[in-house]
Design a protein around this ligand. Structure first.
Ligand SMILES: [Zn+2]
Length: 388
């Protein structure tokens, strides 16, 4: 380990009690997306105590924030992304209390270097589990002056480079004509019939799409009483594909399917997006390799090859505008299942503390490499330009 990383290593040990207290408190006080006031208070308090300039309510989102620390020398701008939202029922079952704390911790450690080039930014990004705020932050230009972005996520193995699926959330509303279900059958147009046709059509379509494309739907509204021919029926669908482009053609197929289903019974259909669209995560391989190299500096050799997460993350939208990584680090035995109470429990246990310390160290090492190694940043940016 070179001298500066040795310094960050010691600093991480020193701030651990303070930042672990923050991580644990957030873990024990779970808040749902866009309501994370307690978490934001604790994280920004920690950053302010260490000399960061904090702006809250970034991009008009009450629980988003931006914390900056300028180094003594000019240089690039590096963003650590902090997540801190929880899940209904299972609290911090995704371990986002550790994500926010690790990003804030790594940023503070970097700020302790007297020779810090450029600027370290912590971006507080609410509601990853629902309608991810990173999408709004990207659209509002918050990443406009950022050179690279990173975070870590607790998981079942160590993986530096991941990809994830692009996602569209579509609402379909079928409209028919209400009538007495027995006395005026001929007058009614049954919206539920259209909806059922749609689900049948989707089942057929599923057999013709690539393995990594996914269509999952539920019925949200399906009539009010059996003696009224339903005039309205609503379904929610998540469509996913490996690339935004293939997702767009999948979306066209699904919409056509809905239109045909409606036409069969002379009903009408409309569709709209009911949540934000997530883009696929495109990890910057050069940045991911740097992260993996720093994991090895910490003695961790058990690193899995690049993986495709079968879910979607809002970091995907960030990875389209700046070089970014979303690595996973193994928490516990690797058998704890995300989005469970078990996972939430581990994230506030001693094991959570161990993982937080590791994440802070590896993120700060990687951050230092990006800020101080001009050639490395050039390579990261070259790769980004070639992909986009
Ligand atoms: Zn998560």
């Amino acid at each position: 380990m070179d001298a500066i990383k040795g310094f960050f290593n010691d600093q991480a040990r020193q701030i651990l009690p303070e930042i672990w207290e923050v991580a644990k408190a957030i873990g024990e006080n779970p808040e749902l997306g866009y309501q994370e006031h307690f978490a934001v208070g604790r994280l920004t308090g920690f950053l302010q105590r260490h000399g960061f300039e904090v702006e809250r309510g970034t991009a008009g989102l009450q629980t988003a924030f931006l914390a900056r620390y300028r180094g003594n020398n000019p240089g690039p701008k590096l963003a650590f992304l902090a997540e801190y939202d929880a899940l209904p029922g299972v609290g911090h079952g995704c371990g986002h209390n550790l994500i926010g704390a690790a990003s804030a911790g790594a940023a503070v450690i970097l700020s302790k270097s007297l020779n810090l080039p450029g600027e370290v930014i912590v971006i507080g990004t609410p509601a990853e589990e629902t309608s991810g705020a990173k999408i709004t932050l990207v659209e509002q230009g918050v990443f406009g002056d950022v050179d690279a972005a990173m975070m870590f996520h607790p998981g079942s193995q160590n993986v530096a480079e991941i990809s994830s699926l692009a996602l569209d959330a579509l609402e379909f509303t079928f409209r028919g004509r209400a009538a007495h279900a027995v006395a005026a059958t001929h007058y009614g147009i049954n919206a539920v019939d259209a909806l059922i046709n749609f689900f049948v059509g989707i089942n057929a379509l599923k057999k013709q799409i690539p393995d990594d494309a996914k269509i999952n739907g539920i019925i949200v509204e399906g009539g009010t009483a059996p003696n009224i021919i339903p005039e309205r029926a609503v379904a929610h669908f998540y469509l996913r594909a490996r690339r935004r482009k293939s997702l767009e053609s999948l979306r066209e197929q699904v919409i056509r399917c809905a239109q045909e289903a409606a036409a069969t019974v002379a009903a009408q259909v409309e569709w709209k997006k009911f949540e934000f669209s997530y883009d696929e995560m495109q990890s910057n391989a050069t940045l991911a390799d740097t992260f993996a190299r720093n994991l090895r500096v910490m003695g961790i050799e058990d690193i899995a090859p690049p993986q495709t997460a079968m879910g979607s993350v809002d970091m995907g939208n960030v990875s389209r505008v700046v070089p970014a990584i979303h690595p996973y680090l193994m928490m516990g035995t690797g058998t704890e299942i995300p989005h469970t109470r078990d996972f939430a429990h581990t994230a506030v246990s001693q094991e959570g503390e161990r993982l937080l310390l590791l994440a802070i160290r590896v993120l700060s090492f990687t951050g230092w490499d990006v800020l101080s190694d001009v050639k490395l940043l050039q390579k990261i940016k070259r790769e980004f330009r070639q992909r986009h």
